[in-house]
Design a protein around this ligand. Structure first.
Ligand code: NAP
Ligand code: MG
Length: 405
């Protein structure tokens, strides 16, 4: 069989622990036999980040900007415990995802992979709900303080021009607690653009919700910028594709989401997205079935799994045990990146290959062959065969080869 050809490489970011092991298996079994794979390879494994003083992360992000598509393996974000585990670390390197997100000015979209045999807790959800969380500012870059005596807090902005703006926050008659938050027009606009772009790419409606009835100025600014971007840049394309941009108050959105059938993108401010993404992920089933894609305002995309490096399984693997780690979210990161590369380069065979990877994976699961983490989640009466990661990938490969023959 002739291999599917690629024209432009995609950026490949390798990672850590169990997901690094799965990464190599997925390439070897599912991709390399069928595709003449072209990647620019960056090793974001912790020790290589350390050797390069984290320059490799920056290089990988810049390469993504240049090539437009990336696929990333889960990586360790070092904490104190990891510093003890890896004594050679010269610094507690920052989260690679944070570094990449900042360079790409991107928004992360998280979507569950949905199966017939695993029903969401919310029984009317038929299609995935994708959450887009704004990842800059508000409470996450706030300053806080506690005060002990009666008094007044003021909010002052000092412009570079020398002009000042001051507001009284509140006068209190006793101990109090305070918080100062901000966001930037630039970040909100980049968020809006990424959301509209991704909705067009996915051909799905976009919902956006804030609390602008109470936070008239702050949340009102988010609402205004989204509306402006929609009217000026995206409305024509939305109408052509029959898509809807729908703004509603967050209280109303929460009620509607629960009653909905799913199948749309829900854009949320930083805190709302933090909370709602955990709720939606749990209601759909498992973290091992959540994909994530980082989208820049210009349509650059970086695909990955939402879960981490699955450390507990890695230590079993090091002892020589076969683990039943679920590779689905990582497979879908690869298929997403290959499909995007195919779309951008006008390579329908590559797009079809990505789709075939996904349908072969889903058919394997629907046949009852799955990793252990999913066995407890299936509908009563559904017969399953629990397999290890390698057996699971072999089953998918069999189905994939048939589809491509
Ligand atoms: P984790 O790797 O997501 O794993 C937490 C637990 O969830 C696992 O122990 C496992 O449960 C289950 N799980 C997650 N993915 C699974 C899969 N594919 N198949 C089967 N079970 C799966 O989170 P963590 O243990 O908190 O973090 C480990 C490392 O990952 C940390 O160093 C963190 O910095 C990093 N991390 C990276 C990213 C990223 O790169 N995007 C994201 C999050 C965390 P059982 O043990 O019960 O089987
Ligand atoms: Mg959270």
């Amino acid at each position: 069989m002739e291999k599917i050809t690629m024209t432009t490489p995609l950026v490949e970011m390798d990672g850590d622990e169990m997901t690094r092991v799965l990464w190599a298996m997925i390439k070897e079994k599912l991709i390399l036999p069928f595709v003449d794979l072209k990647t620019e390879y960056y090793d974001l494994g912790l020790l290589h980040r350390n050797e390069t003083k984290d320059q490799v992360t920056i290089d990988a992000a810049n390469a993504t900007k240049r090539l437009g598509v990336a696929v990333k393996c889960a990586t360790i974000t070092p904490n104190r415990q990891r510093m003890e585990e890896y004594p050679e670390l010269t610094e507690m390197w920052k989260s690679p995802n944070g570094t990449i997100r900042a360079i790409l000015d991107g928004t992360a979209f998280r979507a569950p992979i949905v199966l017939d045999c695993i029903k969401p807790v919310v029984k009317n959800w038929e299609a995935p709900i994708t959450i887009a969380r704004h990842a800059y500012g508000d409470m996450y870059k706030a300053v806080d303080m506690v005060t002990e005596e009666p008094g007044t807090a003021v909010l002052t902005f000092k412009g570079e021009s020398g002009a000042e703006k001051t507001l009284t926050v509140q006068t209190v008659d006793g101990p109090a607690v305070w918080q100062g938050q901000h966001n930037t027009e630039k970040s909100i606009r980049a968020f809006a653009k990424s959301c509209f772009q991704y909705a067009i790419n996915q051909k799905q409606d976009l919902w956006f919700s804030t609390k602008d009835t109470i936070s008239k100025v702050y949340d009102g600014e988010f609402k205004r910028i989204f509306e402006e971007e929609y009217e000026n840049t995206y409305k024509v394309e939305f109408e052509k594709l029959g898509l809807t941009y729908f703004y509603t108050l967050i209280d109303d959105a929460v009620a509607r989401v629960i009653r909905s059938k799913g199948g749309f993108i829900w854009a949320l401010k930083n805190y709302d997205g933090d909370v709602m993404s955990d709720m939606v992920a749990t209601a759909f089933g498992s973290l091992a079935m959540m994909t994530s894609v980082l989208v820049s305002p210009d349509g650059t995309m970086e695909f990955e799994a939402s879960h981490g490096t699955v450390t507990r399984h890695y230590y079993k693997y090091l002892k020589g045990e076969k683990t039943s780690t679920n590779p689905i979210a990582t497979i879908f990161a690869w298929s997403g990146a290959l499909k995007r590369r195919g779309e951008l380069d006008g390579l329908p065979d590559l797009v079809k290959f990505g789709e075939a990877m996904e349908s072969a994976s889903l058919e394997t699961l629907e046949s009852g062959v799955m990793t252990k983490d999913l066995v407890g989640l299936v509908e009563p009466g559904f017969r399953t065969t629990a397999v290890n990661s390698e057996e699971f990938l072999d089953e998918i490969t069999k189905r994939l080869a048939k589809k491509l023959a």
